[in-house]
Design a protein around this ligand. Structure first.
Ligand code: ATP
Length: 365
């Protein structure tokens, strides 16, 4: 049985449809990430799950309980937010113990034991009697995490909890959050607009745009088999190159004509494309699928190097053709000694290609 489920959620904010018929399930022990650009409805969805917002339609189910109309405190959820939500008048211990004390069901010495254990795990043991206002942002966020940790919640919710922290702390807290998740073995829903974070943490990632789910799957599936043009253009850094192309059949297989090149498509696609019948498509080329081509190769795209960006372990090359700018990722060293202005010929490894219907923008293969 799924442990956290939202069914057909709809939420209108003013005249804006912030959440538009959203459904997903998160299994017990699964770390589920809601990823999407700013304003796509991630926070609103999480606020509906935790009871801070009522949906106009739809249901939230935690375990076997429909909790949609229950107040937040009766949903038994652990929550960690970007703005920490700590009580400034209390010390670290008071903040971490508050949830358990307020419910009144846990004996005092058990609360003490749990808070100390969580504090030790998060390196907060020496700060238990410090006022919250004396703590740095990273320490405060660890207190917020500790507060979620001491509860035995039915599910855990995280709303961009790392966005106010520096990169080193982010990395550390990422590990702490995953450790908490693995220990509790409950469903977790984590909201972020940062795909590095989403892909590093998520067992499953849901990409949202305009309040709707675009695709749900493991990170590698989103990168390798994006379901539509939006996902293809959103995931990856840089994301997939998206080009208009014309399909043509040659000797039983197909080529895509684009950028003055005839790019061979995998023979396995032939039956699908024959049935599809249309010529005009959107062609997706993963930036890591390019290979340097030799002179006279018909399957090569030819362009002028616009920009060479060395990163750690790889180099991003931008190539300008007559009507597009293309991004290519080479492992460090493979790009040779390219400099802006050079002419570059590139072929494509067929497994790095994807085709989308020109009108519906949905993936064909
Ligand atoms: P971010 O990553 O920027 O936090 P988000 O994906 O979490 O974005 P939400 O905060 O859920 O997005 O907001 C969804 C949309 O609803 C946004 O476009 C926002 O501008 C809009 N919105 C939020 N509150 C209201 C309101 N009270 N009236 C009208 N529109 C609103």
């Amino acid at each position: 049985m799924p442990s956290l489920e939202v069914r057909g959620l709809v939420k209108r904010l003013g005249d804006h449809l912030a959440v538009d018929d959203l459904s997903f399930t998160v299994d017990d022990g699964e770390f589920f990430v809601l990823l999407g650009p700013s304003g796509c409805g991630k926070t609103t969805t999480l606020r509906i799950i935790c009871g801070l917002e009522q949906p106009d339609a739809g249901e939230v189910v935690v375990g076997d309980r429909v909790v949609t109309s229950l107040p937040s405190r009766e949903r038994n959820l652990g929550m960690v937010f970007q703005e920490y939500g700590l009580y400034p008048s209390m010390d670290v211990f008071g903040n971490m113990a508050y949830g358990l004390q307020a419910r009144g069901r846990t004996p005092k010495d058990e609360i003490e034991r749990r808070v100390r254990a969580a504090a030790d795990r998060l390196d907060l043991g020496a700060l238990l009697t410090s006022p919250i206002t004396d703590l740095s942002g990273g320490e405060q966020q660890r207190v917020a995490l500790g507060r979620a940790m001491v509860k035995d919640a039915d599910a855990y919710l995280f709303d961009e909890p790392l966005s106010n922290l520096d990169p080193k702390l982010r990395y550390r807290l990422r590990r702490d959050i995953l450790a908490l998740h693995r220990e509790k073995k409950r469903p977790s829903v984590y909201v972020t607009h940062d795909q590095t974070e989403a892909f590093a943490m998520g067992d499953v990632v849901a990409v949202l745009a305009n309040g709707r789910v675009q695709q749900i799957g493991p990170p590698e599936e989103l990168v390798e088999r994006p379901a539509n043009v939006f996902v293809a253009g959103f995931v990856g850094s840089p994301p997939m190159n998206l080009l208009s192309a014309r399909l043509a059949a040659t000797d039983g297989s197909y080529v895509a004509h684009s950028q003055n090149a005839a790019l061979p498509l995998p023979p396995a696609w032939t039956p699908t494309l024959r049935e599809y019948g249309k010529e005009q498509v959107t062609l997706g080329i993963r930036p890591d699928a390019w290979v340097r081509a030799s002179d006279g190769d018909e399957a090569a795209v030819v362009g002028e190097v616009a920009d060479v960006e060395p990163l750690i372990g790889e180099t991003v090359v931008r190539l300008r053709t007559a009507d597009a700018t293309l991004a290519a990722i080479f492992h460090a060293g493979e790009e040779g000694d390219l400099t802006p202005g050079d002419t570059l010929r590139m072929g494509v490894a067929p497994e790095g290609l994807r085709l989308f219907d020109h009108d519906s923008e949905q993936a064909l293969v």
